[in-house]
Design a protein around this ligand. Structure first.
Ligand SMILES: Nc1ncnc2c1ncn2[C@@H]1O[C@H](COP(=O)(O)OP(=O)(O)OP(=O)(O)O)[C@@H](O)[C@H]1O
Ligand SMILES: [Mg+2]
Length: 527
């Protein structure tokens, strides 16, 4: 279609141009005849060449001002969309190195090559063209100006389909391919003393390569499905959030004992949504201003994580502690404290600072953002920090149940069932053991260790954990009883000393009374 189309295009254009010029410049043509000829020349051109061409330039903007030229998003999307088709069809290909992509070398068709595409049964043709013009510049050598563009050619009867649906489809698919090829990043914040200077950055990043997914995550399937659905709703909810006038963000609080999968779940979320992760280490953030500067630099489609929020900062006690410290210091040096006290509250990341940024305007910039806090001690957190609306979903990651064990057995040993599963099921009902410990025991330590050996190893580990837990409970009960006994004895001691004191007091009082009575008697006698 391309070669033939090109030929007919030229013939059609030539005939139409001749007729057009003839009608335009022949002064003997009356006006009405001239317009009839013009209309017929267009129809003839369209009959000879019934195709429509659309061009997409590589650069958009003011071509006289190179600084103002911008690579067109549409061109980039078309290039990505066609890259798969080009490598199969085109004979001359061009290889480009793409940074931060899972496919670092992208193949696209070279200039003057063409590929065909099919959409809803309609055939379309794409060609890559280049216009080269020479412009005189101040330099001795003329400047060569190259303009590349994609040309889309299709039959005129599909104008509505192509303009209405196909072009959008190409843009969307192109962007989707870019996103799926893009390697995701794990960012960590740099201490602020490294923010200034050449190439200084607030965030450093590495390629995010955690392999955890919701399939490998061990937890009850119903709970897992609930979380996946919630994430899906969020991902597709851009319009909904816009409609209700809320920033497109969602907060998750993950809580539970160490080794129950909080960090693994964050990785699974990022892999599911194909989002980047910003791992925010709050202890290295000096104050609220720094926190704001860091958050403003985060991009959309990302998960901002603050792990162990209760340890990162004493968020609840911070203000109380500051006040106490301020009071003590003020007592020692009242004058200097007048200013220093105020300074203190500004030189820390405070709970209210953190809340402001979670709710703040920055979160509305760009694409969707997820904020995740993790903690081992949910009871320690300030209610304001985790109230619904800030942390929309609270997810408890808990000890390993039978369902979670089955996921781990499948992951680590590739077994769906085994006679030992029954024993393990009973033991797990009675024992608190983390998925991390179960996983550790299920992992074969040598080539000779088969599934059964690993399951037996796990049974032993659960039994040991059970015994240790029983011992711990007994020890705790013993300590409690001991403490109570000590307290009782203390009480008895206190009571007896109180009684002695009372006795002494009574003795003293009686003596005083007797002395007083004697004095009165003596006085009376003298009188
Ligand atoms: N629910 C789980 N599903 C699958 N693997 C798990 C799960 N929980 C723990 N693991 C395994 O244990 C390891 C430690 O888990 P993870 O780091 O996610 O725990 P955590 O809850 O974040 O612990 P901490 O509170 O100490 O940060 C993981 O690398 C993973 O192999
Ligand atoms: Mg963790």
């Amino acid at each position: 279609m391309t070669m033939m189309g090109e030929t007919w295009s030229h013939i059609g254009s030539l005939i139409a141009t001749i007729m057009f010029l003839w009608a335009m410049f022949d002064k003997y043509f009356p006006d009405h005849l001239r317009s009839t000829i013009l209309s017929y020349s267009m129809k003839l051109a369209s009959f000879v060449y019934p195709y429509i061409n659309i061009t997409f330039n590589e650069f958009i903007g003011d071509s006289d001002k190179y600084m103002h030229l911008k690579r067109s998003d549409a061109y980039a999307a078309i290039e990505t969309y066609l890259s798969g088709k080009s490598s199969g069809e085109a004979r001359n290909l061009k290889a480009t190195v793409v940074k931060d992509s899972s496919q670092p070398v992208q193949l696209s068709m070279d200039e003057n090559e063409g590929v065909t595409d099919e959409f809803k049964g309609v055939k379309l043709s794409w060609t890559l063209k280049k216009n080269t013009t020479r412009t005189q510049s101040f330099s001795v050598f003329p400047k060569i100006d190259e303009k590349k563009y994609y040309k889309l050619t299709f039959h005129k009867s599909y104008r509505d389909l192509v303009c209405g649906t196909y072009i959008n489809h190409v843009m969307q698919k192109g962007k989707e391919i870019t996103v799926s090829n893009r390697q995701r990043k794990l960012y960590t914040n740099n201490p602020s003393q490294n923010w200034e200077g050449y190439k200084a950055r607030k965030w450093s990043h590495v390629t995010f390569e955690h392999l955890a997914t919701f399939d490998t995550l061990a937890m009850e399937s119903k709970k897992k499905l609930g979380i996946v659905n919630d994430l899906e709703k969020f991902r597709k909810g851009k319009e909904y959030y816009t409609k209700i006038g809320k920033a497109w963000k969602r907060g998750y609080l993950l809580y539970g004992p160490p080794g129950t999968g909080k960090s693994s779940m964050i990785a699974a979320m990022a892999n599911h949504l194909e989002y980047d992760i910003y791992d925010l280490e709050l202890t290295t953030v000096k104050d609220n201003t720094e926190l704001r500067r860091l958050l403003i630099e985060t991009t959309g489609k990302s998960i901002i994580v603050i792990e162990d929020i209760d340890c990162s900062l004493d968020l609840t006690g911070q203000r109380k502690k500051d006040k106490k410290k301020a009071k003590d210091e003020e007592a020692k040096d009242p004058i200097s404290k007048m200013t220093k006290g105020e300074e203190d509250s500004n030189t820390k990341v405070t709970l209210s600072g953190l809340l402001n940024f979670i709710d703040g305007l920055w979160s509305a910039i760009g694409g969707g953002r997820i904020i995740v806090f993790t903690t081992n001690h949910v009871e320690k957190l300030d209610a304001a920090l985790i109230r619904r609306g800030r942390m929309d979903k609270h997810i408890e990651l808990s000890y390993c149940g039978f369902e979670a064990f089955k996921v781990l057995a499948k992951n680590y040993l590739d077994v769906d069932s085994h006679p030992l599963f029954v024993t393990i099921g009973h033991l797990l009902e009675e024992t608190n053991i983390t998925p991390a410990d179960v996983a550790e025991n299920l992992m074969p330590k040598s080539l000779n260790e088969d599934a059964e050996a690993c399951l037996k190893k796990l049974i032993e580990a659960i039994k040991t954990a059970k015994e240790e837990a029983t011992k711990k409970v007994e020890e705790e009960a013993r300590l409690k009883a001991e403490k109570e006994e000590n307290e009782k004895q203390e009480d008895v001691k206190v009571d007896s000393s109180l009684a002695k004191v009372k006795e002494n007091c009574v003795g003293v009082l009686v003596k005083e009374d007797e002395a007083l009575a004697k004095e009165v008697k003596d006085n009376d006698a003298t009188a």
